[in-house]
Design a protein around this ligand. Structure first.
Ligand SMILES: C[S@@+](CC[C@H](N)C(=O)[O-])C[C@H]1O[C@@H](n2cnc3c(N)ncnc32)[C@H](O)[C@@H]1O
Length: 310
């Protein structure tokens, strides 16, 4: 060390340190990022009973090996419990089914999804929503960047003969002909991706929807108090650490409206009163008219909840 190198002198602890620590931003799942916190989570969640899960989760947290988007999700798919944790924090199969059914009901109502419809889901993961939705539509296509997640979805949806699992590159393009689908949706997917891919997928929704088709997508809402709080938590979460490719990202309603409009979609609604932005767009019919809006009342998450009332 050179003689004139700055020396950092730790300041003595103050009485209000404990309160400051209590109020310090936590990661999105509420866990402080420290060896102690990781250890207490290990014991608190009885992770020693699930060593494979513990290993996958720790390795995912440490993020030591740079991975591309497919690599992150294929890693998550390496353990059933970790895959469930990564899609929406579900601790078990029963929760996956419960939250999947809630979201499937919300989408059916909001998008007026009918039994004769061909439905595209972008980023279905392990088929949490799809397992509950597919039995109620003519056909369901799930396009995901991760083959591992799709394999788990196929296993969870075994016997669902109208379901098709399509691995895609993740670059924002979709391998489907124009005008294929009546409905399309991406739930808990857009916030993981780069803005350019988000824009490209919206443009692809405009292409693969039939005239009169409707699409839904959600992402974190920067302009809501709870959304902003979660943004600060995300910043704190990665302070001094390498950010992984699937880090959370935030948007504004104006941004989603701009992408949609430039893609040739009409914004039917952009719900923005929660920490989520929930976008519902339509490809107009040939004569310029629009499909009727479904029942949006159940779509926003309950106040204060992450997405579902837990
Ligand atoms: C948080 S999970 C959500 C899964 C599912 N939608 C659900 O709600 O249970 C995100 C999913 O999006 C997929 N994904 C992430 N980026 C993607 C991209 N650029 N293209 C396609 N799928 C992507 C991941 O592989 C993963 O399966």
């Amino acid at each position: 060390m050179e003689d004139d190198a700055p020396v950092t002198v730790p300041r003595p602890p103050r009485a209000d340190d404990a309160a400051a620590d209590r109020d310090a931003p936590r990661s999105l799942n509420g866990t402080a990022r420290s060896v102690g916190a990781l250890a207490s989570r290990f014991f608190g969640e009885r992770q020693w009973k699930r060593p494979r899960y513990a290993w996958h989760r720790l390795w995912g947290e440490l993020n030591l090996i740079p991975r591309d988007m497919a690599g992150v999700w294929d890693h998550a798919a390496g353990d059933a419990d970790y895959a469930a944790h990564m899609v929406n924090g579900s601790p078990d199969e029963a929760t996956l089914r419960r939250t999947g059914a809630i979201m499937a009901r919300r989408l059916v109502a909001a998008l007026d999804i009918r039994p004769e419809h061909a439905v595209l889901e972008l980023g279905p993961g392990i088929g949490r929503v799809a397992r509950e939705l597919a039995p109620h539509v003519r056909c369901w296509y799930g396009a995901d960047v991760s083959r591992g997640m799709l394999d788990r979805a196929a296993a969870r949806m075994r016997g669902q003969n109208n379901a098709v699992f399509v691995p895609i590159s993740g670059d924002g393009t979709l391998p489907f002909a124009a005008g294929t689908f009546d409905r399309a949706f991406a739930h808990l997917v857009f916030f993981h991706m780069d803005k350019q891919e988000m824009w490209r997928y919206l443009a692809e929704f405009a292409r693969v929807l039939k005239p009169g088709g409707v699409a839904y997508a959600d992402t974190w809402n920067l302009e809501n108090a709870d959304g902003w709080r979660r943004w600060l938590a995300e910043v704190a979460h990665y302070e001094g650490r390498k950010r992984p490719v699937h880090q959370n990202r935030w948007s504004t309603a104006a941004e989603l409206r701009a992408y949609s409009t430039h893609a040739g979609l009409t914004v039917l609604a952009c719900l923005a009163d929660s920490c989520w932005l929930q976008l519902i767009v339509a490809r107009p019919f040939a004569d310029g008219t629009l499909p009727a809006l479904g029942d949006l009342s159940a779509l926003p998450p309950p106040p204060g909840a992450w997405y579902y009332a837990d």
